[in-house]
Design a protein around this ligand. Structure first.
Ligand SMILES: Nc1ncnc2c1ncn2[C@@H]1O[C@H](COP(=O)(O)OP(=O)(O)OP(=O)(O)O)[C@@H](O)[C@H]1O
Ligand SMILES: [Mg+2]
Length: 262
């Protein structure tokens, strides 16, 4: 299988500190891959270099034949690459619906000034339903998004990232801790959503500290420690890896196939 994403020798520095020391990995279309590792390992830095919030110090990111180096965030979105953030980022002063409309209008190149109209309402409602937010009712959907629960904001942010892609089923979703800050029930729901994205063909790379959201969900796991990829493989292979156990999972970690996930 030919990879859709190829990351080669990716390096990033903050001043004199090397956060990514040259990492290489590939993703295949429709794969669900977890990038795990301790706090400060460089996971979010890697996402910023892939999605374009940062320019990498060195290396190449090839997405479906396009070299993404020096390509703007907006252009990367146009090529099918979207991300979410460790702390959910939505426009809190806009209503829930306006958040969705803004993304859909940006995709069509419509002026920002049109966002308060009812333009694209039907499509916005489709994505609101996809995000499981339609039960909130019309009043809440027309209220500022800062009134949403944190779980609601995470789902809205996810739907906005997906909706902004030209063709989500051929896109790359980079999800930085999609389940962080969620209750156990919300975490299960979120990881089911993530998994379902790949059923539709979308390629997903996500970071996560909660191992229930990794083992049993990810097709493959990459392990990043101190800016270097130290292991990659199936969940079972990674869980049995001595270096990963010593430096991240702990020797007491037992692989149970991911409790709560099919
Ligand atoms: N803007 C910045 N300026 C300076 N150092 C930074 C900056 N952002 C991150 N770092 C440092 O780079 C390293 C990698 O950080 P990064 O946020 O990528 O790690 P992470 O794997 O996402 O961690 P976490 O699991 O805590 O989210 C850390 O040592 C961090 O302190
Ligand atoms: Mg991070």
């Amino acid at each position: 299988m030919k990879p859709v994403l190829s990351v080669q020798g990716l390096k990033q520095n903050y001043g004199g500190f090397q956060a990514l020391k040259g990492i290489d990995f590939e993703l295949n279309a429709g794969e669900c891959v977890a990038l795990i590792g301790p706090n400060g390992a460089g996971k979010s830095t890697c996402f910023a270099c892939l999605a374009g919030q940062q320019n990498a110090a060195a290396g190449h990111v090839l997405w479906r034949g396009h070299d993404l180096q020096k390509v703007s965030v907006a252009q990367r979105t146009g090529l099918g690459v979207a991300r979410t953030f460790q702390v959910a980022q939505v426009f809190e002063a806009l209503t829930v619906l306006q958040n969705m409309q803004l993304v859909l209008q940006a995709k069509q190149g419509v002026s920002m000034r049109d966002v308060l109209s009812d333009c694209l309402l039907h499509e916005a409602m489709h994505w609101i339903e996809e995000a499981g937010l339609s039960d909130l009712g019309p009043d809440m959907l027309r209220s500022p998004a800062d009134r949403l629960s944190y779980g609601g904001k995470k789902r809205l942010e996810l739907a906005m990232a997906m909706a902004g892609l030209p063709n989500p089923s051929e896109g790359l979703m980079l999800l930085d801790e999609p389940a962080a800050g969620l209750s156990p029930e919300e975490r299960l729901d979120m990881m089911d959503r993530v998994k379902r994205m790949t059923d539709g063909g979308t390629t997903v790379l996500y970071t996560e500290h909660n191992m229930d959201a990794v083992f049993g969900v990810a097709d493959r796991v990459l392990v990043l420690i101190d800016g270097q990829l130290v292991a990659q493989g199936t969940a079972q292979e990674v869980a049995a890896n001595d270096v990963v156990r010593q430096r991240y999972l702990g020797q007491a970690f037992t692989f149970n196939g991911g409790a709560g996930h099919a």
